[in-house]
Design a protein around this ligand. Structure first.
Ligand SMILES: [Zn+2]
Length: 339
């Protein structure tokens, strides 16, 4: 069997400045992840996005939300955060905002995610990468197993069908899974330290996509609990494993074994990994997990033994040093010999 891997990325991701109020999503963090990948897989081909990002995003997101992001992509100014937390409260009376700034209230679940020129064009290119990566993985010949790494920013796993948040505008993992599930069932394993709340919600009633998330308990406060198991036809195709702050590699890998067994039972044709490096002990802004780079290699080893064509989407990972070492360890193991 031939194991091929490609990098789906674009120079634009490395150039636009941070777009969130707290300055988390900096270009340097993605460069660190890409450099780790390149060090691990120096001969990987680099594919630039081709598909129209609006079309790719529309596979998952509502047309009015996609239009809001399209509007943002044409702006030139930054610092346009809107006030939030009003919409959805039972006794709030509100009219739909008119201005782009005002629409932030409607389309983001927090007050620090921003739809400006950089984040919106980044999100559109990310959606293109997600579509193209899924198509590339699908089109392997029978002698090859392909995997694709989407190195993009902003990240995606906190984006819902009709709104974004947590730095995320479009859900790249969900876009890739939607393309892949047209052929065969898909498992999504989210190893970012935060709950993949957007991805969970998008596939909550889908029996053909099994969504797993291993994350630090707590944020985003209202989801990520074990009792969230899917609904209607999607019942029993959603699994959350919340773990306490400070969880180290030993416990994490034991829990990952549970996920791996469940994936095998589900018997998917494809895998999507929402790949955050923020479970590293030096990363998490509240010191959430205690993993080190070699733990990321062990995670990679367990996942690659599934032997599935895989799309990786870049999610969190904010410390450049630990992101570089985690990415290098993860992908070195991924490409070491065959599964
Ligand atoms: Zn995260």
């Amino acid at each position: 069997m031939n194991y091929e891997v490609a990098l789906f990325s674009d120079e634009f991701f490395n150039t636009f400045p941070y777009h969130d109020r707290e300055g988390w999503d900096k270009p340097e963090r993605l460069l660190a992840a890409i450099n780790g990948f390149r060090r691990a897989v120096p001969n990987a081909i680099n594919i630039k996005p081709q598909t129209n990002g609006l079309l790719a995003a529309s596979l998952v997101h509502s047309s009015d939300y996609v239009s809001f992001i399209e509007e943002g992509s044409k702006l030139e100014r930054s610092n346009i955060y809107g006030p939030t937390y009003i919409v959805g409260k039972e006794d709030a009376i509100f009219s739909k905002p008119i201005s782009h700034k005002g629409l932030h209230t409607l389309y983001f679940f927090d007050a620090y995610t921003m739809a400006d020129y950089g984040s919106c064009n980044g999100a559109l290119l990310g959606a293109s990468c997600a579509f193209d990566a899924a198509m590339w993985v699908k089109s392997a010949d029978i002698y090859s197993v392909r995997s694709a790494y989407i190195a993009c920013r902003p990240p995606g796993h906190h984006a819902f069908r009709n709104f974004g948040g947590g730095l995320c505008l479009f859900n790249n993992a969900a876009i890739a899974a939607t393309v892949l599930k047209k052929d065969k069932r898909v498992a999504i394993i989210d190893i970012d330290v935060d709950h993949g709340n957007g991805t969970q919600s998008i596939f909550y009633e889908s029996p053909d996509v099994f969504t797993f998330s291993i994350h630090a308990e707590g944020w985003p406060y209202v989801s990520g609990y074990v009792e969230e198991i899917g609904k209607n036809e999607g019942r029993n195709t959603n699994m959350n494993i919340p773990l306490p702050s400070g969880t180290t590699g030993e416990i994490y890998l034991e829990k990952l074994d549970i996920v791996i067994e469940k994936v095998k039972d589900f018997n998917p044709g494809y895998l999507v990994v929402a790949l955050g490096f923020d479970a590293h002990k030096d990363d998490s802004y509240d010191g959430k997990f205690g993993l080190n780079a070699s733990d990321f290699a062990r995670i990679s080893n367990k996942i690659k033994k599934l032997g599935l064509p895989t799309v990786f989407t870049q999610e969190g990972g904010y410390n450049t040093l630990s992101t570089f070492s985690s990415s290098r360890a993860f992908f070195s193991e991924w490409m070491r010999n065959e599964p």
